[in-house]
Design a protein around this ligand. Sequence first.
Ligand SMILES: Nc1ncnc2c1ncn2[C@@H]1O[C@H](COP(=O)(O)OP(=O)(O)OP(=O)(O)O)[C@@H](O)[C@H]1O
Ligand SMILES: Nc1ccn([C@H]2C[C@H](O)[C@@H](COP(=O)(O)O)O2)c(=O)n1
Length: 246
Amino acid sequence: MSIKKKGFNITIDGLSGTGKSSIGCQVAKWPNFTFIDNGLFYRYFADRFYLDDTIQLNEIRLFKNEMIGNSSYYLKEIEFYLQEKNSQEKFQIGQKASEISNIPEIRNIINEIIQTITKNGGYVVVGRDATTKILPSARVKLILKADFETRIYRRAKQLNAKEFEAIGKVFSDLLKRDIDSFDLVLEAKKVDTIINTSDLSIKQVVARILLRVLWVRFSDYNMLHLIIFILFVFVYTLHTHFSESN
Ligand SMILES: Nc1ncnc2c1ncn2[C@@H]1O[C@H](COP(=O)(O)OP(=O)(O)OP(=O)(O)O)[C@@H](O)[C@H]1O
Ligand SMILES: Nc1ccn([C@H]2C[C@H](O)[C@@H](COP(=O)(O)O)O2)c(=O)n1
């Protein structure tokens, strides 16, 4: 049973540190889907097009078409471009990304790029509004959540923050990101399946999501058979009805 079906996309939203990126890229592996981290777009745009306190909207508009025309190249470029930054740079880029995410045109451009790239299916998109705004028609839509303390612990471990001051920075950064994303996640929470990852390992969360993917795909499969069966019964009944009346 192939999961790579026309139009089959998976979206995963959640606050910072809930595990979207680590889990999303694992989820993408088994059905051989392409992973897209929506937050990376904001970061890439912020670092490339927000120079000397000026947002280069024209450049961004041109870039949109370039990226749509050559999506597999640019998805890799965005991923690797940011991997090369050190943690201080990443922190600053994150702050600029948060600023540009308040500009509606930039949000629309990013959403449009992702919608166009994913239109044939085969993608796992993670972010904060992937389930509600970007791909509300995705076949599997999930929200990850985790306690605030768990998320601080995970982020501090990830950044190797051990000193009181460093942990304080993690705390305030996470709080700010939560406040920035509050509306988006609140909106998403209304409609989707929520998984609390606080007491689950990455593997356990991935397994749950893949089970859900299989279930959705399996119900498609059964539904198709059910429809064929009903059609068959209908045609057969018509056939016997008309042969009896002749
Ligand atoms: N279920 C889990 N159990 C233990 N550690 C986890 C779990 N999920 C994620 N982590 C760890 O927590 C850290 C943060 O996870 P990740 O970067 O995937 O979160 P995120 O939701 O994508 O955050 P952001 O939105 O800030 O990018 C990573 O180091 C990751 O390995
Ligand atoms: N759907 C999204 C995704 C991201 N942002 C903003 C919020 C963050 O400040 C920034 C970077 O995201 P991250 O890499 O931390 O996931 O981009 C957003 O507003 N909407």
